[in-house]
Design a protein around this ligand. Structure first.
Ligand code: PEP
Ligand code: MG
Length: 747
C-alpha cells in the first residue's frame, strides 16, 4: 500500500495542471484498488459550490456539470463533518441526493473523504462500489492517507490556478499572493522577469552543423559573461561592500571550473549544438548537487543555474538583449541573485520578488541594505506569464498584488504617499531624544549588518549600534575572513559611531544561516549547532573574531561584545574565558587592544530562567525576540506554512520578556530589545511598559519607534502592558495596541 501511495502521489504531483492532476488521480485510484467509481469534487469559493472535477466510472459528461451547494447531499455532509463518511448503501442515507447526470444510481457503497489543507476543506474524494457493503478499514485508511497527501498538491495547483485567473483579468478585488516578508515598504511597478529569453530546460537538442563554430560560440559566450561579471562588480562598487562583491568572483570561478567547461566541450564534440550541450551540463550538475542534500551544495545549485541562464542568453545571440528595464522595475525570478540585482540600473529598481528564499536569504539581506521592498518564498508563481505585468509589492506584509484593480492601486499609492509624508514628518524628530512625556529616557540604537548601512545609521539619529550582525560579512564570502580582514570592518563601525556604543555580536551562524564554505548537515538545524555553540566548537574561528574586535576597540572604548544563542551558564564562562585569552594573547604580542563590555542575548527559553546567574557574569542583556518567539511558540520563523502562528506579541512571549527585564534589573543590569518586536511601535510600547533600557531597531523603523516613545508616557505604556498580559491570545493584544496607536495618531 505504501508503494502504491508513494507512486500515486509522485505521479500526480508531477502533473502540469490541476485538471490533469485530478484526472490522473481518479484514473490511477480506480486502477490500483477495487472500486467501481472514483471521483473528486472541489469547492469553488466564488460560487460556494462543490463541482465534480474528475471521475472514473461515472458518466463523463457530468464532469464540470454537477454542482452542489456547500451543504447539499453526501458531499456536503463530508465537508461539514471534515471526516470520512463510509456507507454501505448511500441511497438509504437521509442526506443522499441523487445527481441523475452521473449515472451513479447503480452504486450502493459510498466512501467520501475530505481534502483538507491549511484547515480549509478544498473538496471531497469519493469512492463508490456496486456491492452494498461498507469499505473495509484498509480501504478507508488508504483513502484517508491519499487525501491527506494530495490535499497539499491540490492546494498548490489551485493557488496557481488562482494566479492564472488574476492574470487573465478575472480579477478579484483585494486578491493577493502570500509569501514571506523580505524587506519592508511598498513598491508599485512593472515586472521584469529575469532572463525570460533563457529558459534552459526548454532548449531542444540539435545536431551541430559545424562543431568548431559551436565551440567558438560557447567560448565567446563564456568570455562575455566573465566580462559582464567584472563590469557588474565594478558598477556595484559604490553601493556594495567588498565581501558582498566577492560573490561575483564565486560565479567567475564556477564558470571556469573544469567540469562545466570540459563537460560542455565534450558534448559539443559528440555532436550536440552549444545550447543543448550547455543545458545538459548544467542539468547534470544541478541534479547531482540536489541529490546530495548538502546545504552548501544546495547554495551552489542556485549559483550553477544562475550561471547557466546567463551563458545561455549570450548563446542566443540573435535574440540578444540590450535589455530595457521598466522605469519602476520589479525584478522577479525563481531566485534573484546579487548579479541579477546588479544588472538593473539602481534608480530603476523598485522591488524584488522571488519564489524561493527566506527572510534571511542573501536576496532579502541585500534588499534591506538597499532599502528596496521585497517579498520572498512565493511558491505559487507562474513565472513564465509575468513579464510586463503591473504589480504591487507589499514588503510589510509579504504579499504581492498582480494586476491590481484601480481602487486597490489607489489605496497603495495613498499608502506610499502617506509613508513618505510620515517619514518626512518624523525626520524632524531626528535630533530629539527618545524620551517619554513623563521624562523616561530610552536609548534608541540601530540594528545593522552591512557597511552600506553605516552612513544611513549615522544620519538616522541613532544613539549607537545596538546590534551589529557580524555574520552577514561571513555569509557573503567564500572562506572565513582572517583577523586582518575583520579588523578594518569592526574598526570602521566603532570609529564611525564613537563615542557612541557599538554592540558587535559574535558570529551567529547555523539554523538557516549556513556558511557556503562550511556546510553543516543537521536534521534540525535551529536546535543544532547555532550561534555560540558553533563558535565554542571552533575556538580558532572565535578567537580570530574576538582578537579583531578587541584590536578595533583600542583607543575608542565603545565596543560592546554580545554572545548569541546562550542556553546555559557554562557557555558564557567558556566564551568569557576565550575573550580573556584573546586579550592576553594580544597583550603578549605587543598589540594595542581594549577590553569591552560584555552581554548575552536572551533568545532561548532556558536563558529566561537563568537571568540571575547570567547577570553575575555579564554587563548587559539583549533580548532577541525573533528567536525567543520561535522557540517559545515552537514556530519556525522562516516557514511560510506556520507564519500565521509566529507572533512576538503573543502573551506568553510578553510574559517571558517581562520576566527577563525584571530579573536583570533586580541584579542591576540593563536590558535592550533587539528583535523585530522592538522595531514595531506596538512592541516597542510594550517593552517601554516593561521598563526596557534600550531598543535596537532597523533603520526604516527608527523614526516611528521614536515617535511612539515620545508620544506615550511610561505610565500609559505600563497600563497597556498590564492589559495585554491579561489577554489570552495575540489577536487581542494587536487590537489593543493598534487602537492605542491609532488614537494617538499613528494609523
Ligand atoms: C533575534 O533572534 O531576535 C535576533 C535579534 O537575532 P537574529 O534575528 O539575527 O537571529
Ligand atoms: Mg537570534
Amino acid at each position: 500500500m505504501l508503494v502504491t501511495l508513494r507512486r500515486l502521489v509522485q505521479e500526480i504531483s508531477a502533473a502540469a495542471s490541476l485538471d490533469e492532476a485530478l484526472a490522473l488521480l481518479v484514473q490511477r485510484v480506480k486502477a490500483a484498488i477495487p472500486v467501481d467509481a472514483c471521483s473528486v469534487y472541489l469547492l469553488d469559493v466564488t460560487s460556494d459550490r462543490y463541482v465534480l472535477m474528475a471521475a472514473e466510472g461515472l458518466n463523463p459528461a457530468s464532469i464540470g456539470q454537477v454542482r452542489l451547494s456547500r451543504h447539499e447531499g453526501l458531499i456536503g455532509l463530508v465537508g461539514e463533518r471534515q471526516e470520512p463518511v463510509n456507507l454501505k448503501n448511500a441511497a438509504a442515507h437521509p442526506r443522499y441526493g441523487y445527481s441523475p447526470a452521473t449515472g451513479e444510481e447503480r452504486y450502493h457503497a459510498f466512501l467520501g473523504v475530505p481534502l483538507i489543507s491549511y484547515r480549509r476543506v478544498l473538496g471531497v474524494l469519493v469512492a463508490q462500489r456496486q456491492a452494498p457493503c461498507p469499505f473495509d478499514n484498509e480501504a478507508v485508511a488508504f483513502f484517508v492517507t491519499l487525501a491527506a497527501q494530495l490535499a497539499k498538491v491540490i492546494y498548490n495547483a489551485m493557488a496557481l490556478g488562482d494566479v492564472s485567473r488574476l492574470l487573465s483579468g478575472e480579477v478579484r478585488e483585494n486578491a493577493f499572493i502570500q509569501g514571506i516578508q523580505g524587506a519592508p515598504g511598498v513598491a508599485i511597478g512593472t515586472i521584469a522577469l529575469l532572463d525570460p529569453l533563457a529558459g534552459l530546460e526548454s532548449i531542444p537538442d540539435r545536431q551541430a552543423q559545424d562543431p568548431a563554430a559551436e565551440e567558438a560560440a560557447f567560448r565567446a559566450a563564456v568570455a562575455t559573461v566573465h566580462e559582464e561579471l567584472r563590469a557588474s562588480s565594478e558598477r556595484m562598487a559604490a553601493v556594495l561592500p567588498n565581501e558582498t562583491r566577492a560573490l561575483f568572483d564565486i560565479y567567475a570561478m564556477l564558470l571556469d571550473s573544469d567540469s562545466l567547461m570540459a563537460g560542455t566541450l565534450q558534448r559539443i564534440r559528440d555532436g550536440n549544438w552549444a545550447p543543448g550541450a550547455w543545458r545538459d551540463t548544467i542539468a547534470g550538475h544541478a541534479r547531482m548537487f540536489e541529490q546530495m542534500e548538502d546545504p552548501y551544495l544546495c547554495t551552489r545549485v542556485e549559483d550553477i543555474r544562475a550561471i547557466g541562464e546567463r551563458v545561455l542568453i549570450r548563446l542566443q545571440a540573435e535574440a540578444e538583449i540590450s535589455r530595457q528595464y521598466p522605469e519602476r522595475c520589479i525584478l522577479v525570478g525563481d531566485t534573484v541573485s546579487i548579479t541579477d540585482i546588479a544588472a538593473v540600473p539602481l534608480e530603476r529598481l523598485a522591488g524584488i520578488v522571488c519564489r524561493r528564499g527566506s527572510a534571511l536569504s542573501h536576496t532579502a539581506v541585500l534588499a534591506r541594505a538597499l532599502g528596496i521592498p521585497a517579498v520572498v518564498s512565493l511558491t505559487a508563481l507562474p513565472l513564465r506569464r509575468l513579464d510586463g505585468v503591473e504589480v504591487v509589492v507589499d514588503g510589510d506584509h509579504g504579499r504581492i498584488y498582480l494586476r491590481p484593480a484601480r481602487t486597490m492601486l489607489a489605496a497603495f499609492q495613498q499608502r506610499v504617499r502617506a509613508a513618505a509624508a510620515l517619514s518626512a514628518q518624523l525626520s524632524t524628530l531626528r535630533d530629539l531624544p527618545a524620551e517619554t512625556p513623563d521624562g523616561v529616557r530610552v536609548s534608541l540604537y540601530a540594528s545593522i549588518g552591512l557597511i552600506t548601512e553605516f552612513t544611513p545609521a549615522l544620519n538616522s539619529g541613532a544613539e549607537g549600534v545596538g546590534l551589529y550582525r557580524t555574520e552577514f560579512s561571513f555569509l557573503m564570502r567564500d572562506s572565513f575572513p582572517v583577523e586582518d580582514e575583520q579588523y578594518p570592518l569592526y574598526r570602521q563601525v566603532l570609529e564611525s559611531f564613537a563615542p557612541r556604543p557599538v554592540t558587535l555580536r559574535t558570529l551567529d551562524v547555523g539554523g538557516d544561516k549556513i556558511l557556503p564554505y562550511f556546510p553543516v548537515q543537521e536534521d534540525n538545524p535551529f536546535l543544532g549547532c547555532r550561534g555560540i555553540r558553533f563558535t565554542l566548537d571552533h575556538p580558532e574561528i572565535f578567537l580570530t573574531q574576538l582578537r579583531a574586535m578587541l584590536r578595533a576597540n583600542a583607543g575608542l572604548n565603545n565596543l560592546h561584545v554580545l554572545f548569541p544563542m546562550i542556553s546555559r551558564v557554562g557557555e558564557v564562562d567558556e566564551a568569557l574565558g576565550l575573550l580573556a585569552r584573546a586579550y592576553r594573547e594580544l597583550m603578549e604580542d605587543g598589540q594595542v587592544a581594549a577590553k569591552p563590555r560584555v552581554g548575552v542575548m536572551i533568545e532561548v527559553p532556558s536563558a529566561v530562567y537563568l537571568v540571575a546567574a547570567l547577570a553575575k557574569r555579564v554587563d548587559f542583556f539583549s533580548v532577541g525576540t525573533n528567536d525567543l518567539t520561535q522557540y517559545l511558540l515552537a514556530v519556525d520563523r522562516n516557514n511560510a506554512e506556520v507564519a500565521s502562528l509566529y507572533d512576538s506579541l503573543h502573551p506568553a512571549v510578553l510574559s517571558a520578556v517581562r520576566q527577563v527585564i525584571d530579573g536583570a534589573h533586580q541584579q542591576g543590569k540593563p536590558v535592550s530589545g533587539c528583535g523585530e518586536m522592538a522595531s514595531d511601535p506596538a512592541g516597542a510600547l510594550l517593552l517601554l511598559g516593561m521598563g526596557i533600557d534600550a531598543l535596537s531597531v532597523s533603520l526604516a523603523s527608527l523614526p516611528r519607534v521614536k515617535w511612539a516613545i515620545r508620544r506615550f508616557t511610561q505610565q500609559q505604556a505600563r497600563t497597556l502592558l498590564e492589559e495585554a498580559l491579561g489577554m489570552e491570545d495575540e489577536g487581542a493584544v494587536h487590537d489593543l495596541l493598534n487602537g492605542a496607536l491609532a488614537a494617538a495618531g499613528l494609523g
